[in-house]
Design a protein around this ligand. Structure first.
Ligand code: CA
Length: 515
């Protein structure tokens, strides 16, 4: 009897302990989009649109000016975030790969540490999410309207269920529903609220079909880039607004699974706009047609972002209304950056700035000082370690990033990274961007393109971002940059060694020579 009492006391102490622990560890809300660049987020760049709710996270928290991705493409970026490892170690190199959910991931570790974990929206890793108490995810890319979504059925097995509505709103509604009805108040949560938007083919929601109709969006200075200052790869890609955007992208041939009511709204908006264009098209110059395509494309992209921003506003409001905001770290990011017409392009993939960078905003009331801005090179490689450290979980030593927690706390950490390693593998593949890797310190960037359409390349580019921020003219091999080039080459060798990058391309088994 006495022993039983003793045991009950111990259990009592343990459960009080765990309740205190649960309270002191913050909730984590990870808001993630697909292909959203800083050029369309007003906290970074207010010239094209206003994103008041994303800006709220920046104004009440911290903005990172240099968050780089390790491999600028959708699935691989997500795999890096799950594991805290580069593609060559997590095994997800390119879209179309299947994520190995048996490996160590941060949600599994948070779940084991007593967090309630959930992912709602775009998953895009092919395999069923592992490490989540709840998942409700799009099938692959998912459509912009009426998305079927996969969730755990009553038997524990994945089941695909239909949904009606605009996908961005469906994902927001489901996120709010989980917070309202499924959240366990006795546990901290880690919720991944992940949008499909603004991924291609940029289908706006019903509310914004005509938004921006009467405005002209500014053109980037490099919209008519002729690629003459770089190696052949830039000219051989297939992502030009001029050539590679199809009629569906441009809403000249709208397709998709809209229902009758949605189609009526859609058709009323686009039919009129398209008629005006088609009537003028024959008398337009090639330049004018590119400019028209640019406006059509960018406006649809911004319209998609606008609905995401509205959704974020609804979720932030809910956190405020319930008092959850106080102990919740809110993170906003995207799987990579994107070209809004820079170099004449749409899409991502390159180690050039627009796609190498991704937005990163973090709000943590009482810890992060509102309106903070950081210049350090941070990365999606750091996210897993950051989440673990926020949850007081011991970070495995072989994860390859670094926790951002000290930066959140306004501390200047010792020996923060000065150089960053990048590696892109998806070739042959969509948009024909050569396989490449490189190193950057934010001022000087060295890139080697090594494979294009099954042909070996040995093309090097070096950029001085202070003198040439748009990366139009490579200075590789220029005598005045000899020392810098040598230094970058050595850094590249050092980083490849540190991150255990195989000397042989792990996918095609092609020998990669350092020089
Ligand atoms: Ca993406």
């Amino acid at each position: 009897m006495a022993r039983q009492k003793q045991l009950l006391t111990i259990i009592g102490i343990l459960s009080i302990g765990s309740a205190i622990c649960a309270q002191s560890r913050p909730n984590i809300l990870f808001i993630f989009t697909d292909d959203h660049c800083e050029q369309a987020l007003s906290a970074y760049d207010p010239t094209r649109m206003s994103t008041p709710n994303m800006d709220r996270i920046a104004n009440e928290g911290m903005k990172f000016k240099r968050c780089y991705v390790t491999n600028s493409i959708c699935g691989p970026s997500r795999a890096v975030i799950q594991t805290g490892l580069y593609s060559h170690l997590n095994g997800f190199f390119r879209n179309g790969n299947r994520f190995n959910g048996d490996q160590r991931t941060f949600p599994k570790m948070l779940q084991q540490a007593g967090y309630q974990t959930a992912v709602v929206g775009k998953w895009h890793l092919s395999s069923t999410p592992v490490g989540y108490d709840h998942y409700d995810v799009l099938v692959g890319q998912g459509p912009y309207y009426n998305p079927p979504m996969i969730t755990r059925g009553f038997d524990g097995e994945p089941v695909t269920l239909p949904n009606t509505g605009y996908t961005t709103d469906v994902i927001t509604d489901k996120t709010l529903r989980w917070l309202k009805t499924s959240r366990d108040p006795n546990k901290p949560f880690m919720l991944m609220y992940q949008h499909k938007a603004p991924h291609r083919d940029w289908k706006p929601g019903p509310k914004y079909l005509n938004w921006l109709d009467d405005v002209t969006i500014p053109e980037p200075a490099t919209l008519f880039d002729d690629y003459s200052g770089r190696t052949q790869s830039a000219a051989l890609q297939a992502m030009e607004i001029k050539t590679h955007m199809n009629a569906r992208d441009l809403k000249l041939e709208p397709r998709g699974n809209l229902n009758q009511e949605q189609w009526t709204h859609w058709n009323a908006a686009y039919e009129k706009k398209n008629k005006a264009y088609l009537a003028r098209q024959k008398s337009m110059t090639e330049k004018e047609i590119i400019q028209w395509k640019y406006q059509r494309y960018v406006k649809d992209y911004l319209r998609c972002v606008k609905s995401v921003d509205d959704g974020i506003g609804r979720v932030l409001d809910y956190l405020d209304e319930t008092g959850l905001a106080e102990n919740t770290v809110v993170i906003y990011s995207s799987d990579q950056g994107w070209y809004l017409g820079e170099h004449g392009w749409f899409d991502k993939r390159w180690m050039y700035e627009e796609s190498l960078k991704t937005p990163l905003l973090v709000r943590w009331p009482g810890v992060i000082k509102g309106g903070s801005v950081r210049d350090e090179i941070v990365s999606n490689l750091d996210f897993a370690q950051t989440f673990l450290s926020l949850a007081n979980v011991k970070v495995p030593e072989d994860m390859q990033g670094r926790s951002l927690e000290q930066l959140f706390r306004g501390i200047n950490p010792d020996n923060w990274r000065q150089v960053f390693y990048y590696h892109y593998y998806e070739n042959p593949g969509g948009h024909n961007v050569a396989r490449h890797y490189g190193v950057t310190d934010g001022r000087y960037k060295l890139i080697r393109f090594y494979q294009l359409e099954n042909e070996d390349l040995d093309d090097w580019e070096l950029f001085d971002l202070e003198k040439d921020p748009e990366e139009l003219n490579s200075v590789y091999g220029h005598p005045e940059y000899e020392k810098i080039q040598r230094r970058k080459m050595n850094q590249l060798i050092r980083l490849r060694d540190r991150f255990q990058v195989p000397e042989t391309d792990p996918v095609f088994e092609r020998r990669i020579r350092y020089r």
